[in-house]
Design a protein around this ligand. Sequence first.
Ligand code: NAP
Length: 247
Amino acid sequence: MKILVLGGTREARELCPRLAGAGHDVTASLAGATRAPAAYRVPTRVGGFGGPAGLADWLDSHRIDCLVDATHPFAKQMPHHAAAAAYGAGIARLRLIRPGWTPRPHWRQFETLDAACAELTPADRVLATTGHGELDPLFRHTDPRFWLRTIEDPGDLPLHVTSIRGRPPFTPAEEQALMQAHGITHLLTKNSGGDGAKLDAADRLGVTVLMIRRPAPPPGPHAATTDAALAWVEALAAHGRQKNQPG
Ligand code: NAP
């Protein structure tokens, strides 16, 4: 099968070589948000497609049989573009999305970063692990002090925001040391799921967790793990082989 995997996550990086190893012809696609992305070990294209119509054209012209959308749980547009384009191109699509963290009773949960930031006061010292893509809410709320941890250089920051560069994973001990070093009182983060070292460190130190809820994904099949995604592709391939057998 010819498969396009929309990447930007650890799950996509794991899935691509596994699909290729199973004999599929796999292309990975990246938005281009990270300057030095980790290798996907399959042919990789970089940059947007020009909306759902552009993606549908690409799927068609490259004769793609199925699409695995393994973009980040907080990717706003691409999951919807992928759903519309796969429908337009008449191919199957799977959303590979890791499970979110189960809310802990003491978390304060918000729909948006702006709503979470509005709760902060001048005494608050906030570790923000919300990425470099959505900085305006942090810039607008000038009362608290923020320590913004990003993989990429976030560029020029206002005085109340300090940059910390780092590429996960981090151990709970590293997270705890970071929070203690800066006297952190609040952890501002998105419910991305995966390893919860920072949440455990926050709990241990009594740091308040401000959690941003996930956006709703488009309807359709989804898998929580690379194993489940691989099984979905294999079932689709088997179904295709059955259909093509002479009757
Ligand atoms: P987004 O709002 O869903 O995407 C914005 C635009 O970027 C899309 O409309 C599309 O452009 C292009 N794009 C996104 N993912 C792409 C991919 N895999 N291949 C080619 N083009 C892609 O997503 P975002 O929040 O800006 O995130 C951008 C990328 O970073 C995503 O791939 C996501 O998985 C990853 N990421 C996001 C977060 C986060 O918190 N949002 C965190 C970690 C990683 P066109 O419409 O022109 O096709």
